[in-house]
Each structure stands twice: as C-alpha cells, then as structure tokens.
Design a binder for this molecule. Structure first.
Ligand SMILES: [Zn+2]
Length: 187
C-alpha cells in the first residue's frame, strides 16, 4: 500500500515537473504560434507578463488573453474592463484576442479560491476553440500569494494531469509559469 502511494506521488511530481517551464525568453518554444495568457485581473497582463508579451509580439506569436474577473462592482468593472482593453492595445494585442469573463463563480476577491474544475473548463474551452499551443500563467505561489492567481495555476495543473491520463501521452500544449519572488531562473 505504501509503495503504491509513493509510486503515485512520484508519478504526479514527475508529470508536474515534466510539463512545467519557468518563463525565460531564452527557452520559449520557438515553434509557438498561438499563446494564451491566463490572468485573474485586468492589470495582471502588464504587471506580471508585460516583458514576455512584448517579446512574443516582436517574434510574431499570436497573443491571446483570458481574464477571469473584472472587479467587485459595476462601476469598477466598467473602468477595469476599459483599462484591460487599452493596456492590451498598448502591448499590441489584437482586441479580438482578449476575453474577459464576468461570472459570479470567479469573484475578484483576495480571500477566495475559485473552483478548479470550473476554471479548468473555461481554459480548456479557450485552448481548443482558438488552437492555443502555449499557455502562460502564475505559479503555485500566485506571485503575490493572491488566491485568485493561485486558482489559475491549480486549474492548469489539473488540465495537464487530466489530459495526460486521458491520452497516455504528453500534453498537446506547453505550460509556462511566472516564478514567484525569484528572478534567478529568468537570467
Ligand atoms: Zn491579479
């Protein structure tokens, strides 16, 4: 029993590290054509992923944004939605490739973890509908420890595990993480 448990834990760890790639412009997939940045809030795209998005745009990679929440109330939602679209415009991202969800399942809240299955379903939908080959999101620490950010990491990890189990093969998309509070690996 203990041996099976150890084997299971080892398999999960192997799967996780096999797919995980920390963002470094040197090791980004050269073959990537369509990337997806999974973010929790408007401003995440420039605050955490700005340099990577700029690098990809320069290298003619299509950049898609999937943002899960827009704000706590109607007024904030209007302002932040506008900010997101203008920020993406500054980064050179086609407005048609920016998706902003507005669901009570994903509240903008510093104390709330979002349901993994629901987040994963939205991401999976987006990947297959748009032919995404590379996904970027937060790591397990959410960079700032924000539960909304961490929920995105957990959902992508869930997707990776499910697709590996279903196909028995390597997953069909690459997965990059922004590294919490560390710049060592980006050098
Ligand atoms: Zn955020």
């Amino acid at each position: 029993m203990i041996l099976w448990l150890l084997f299971f834990i080892f398999s999960i760890l192997l799967l996780y590290f096999h797919n995980r790639r920390v963002i470094s412009h040197k090791n980004l997939e050269k073959s990537s054509k369509k990337s997806l940045f999974v973010i929790a809030h408007p401003d995440d795209e420039c605050m955490f992923f700005g340099p990577t998005i700029t690098y990809l745009m320069k290298n003619h990679v299509e950049v898609n944004i999937l943002c899960f929440s827009s704000g706590a109330n109607d007024m904030e939602k209007r302002v932040r939605k506008d900010e997101l679209y203008r920020s993406c415009q500054e980064l050179g991202i086609n407005q048609n490739y920016v998706s902003l969800l507005d669901s009570s399942i994903f509240p903008d809240n510093i104390k709330t973890f979002w349901p993994v299955i629901d987040v994963a379903a939205e991401i999976e939908n987006h990947i297959f509908r748009n032919g995404i080959d590379t996904v970027y999101t937060f790591d397990e620490g959410g960079v700032s420890g924000h539960p909304n950010h961490i929920s995105l990491f957990r959902a992508v990890r869930h997707l990776l595990k499910c697709s590996e189990v279903a196909t028995g093969e390597r997953t069909c998309f690459f997965f990059y993480l922004i590294d919490t509070m560390s710049t060592d690996k980006a050098k």
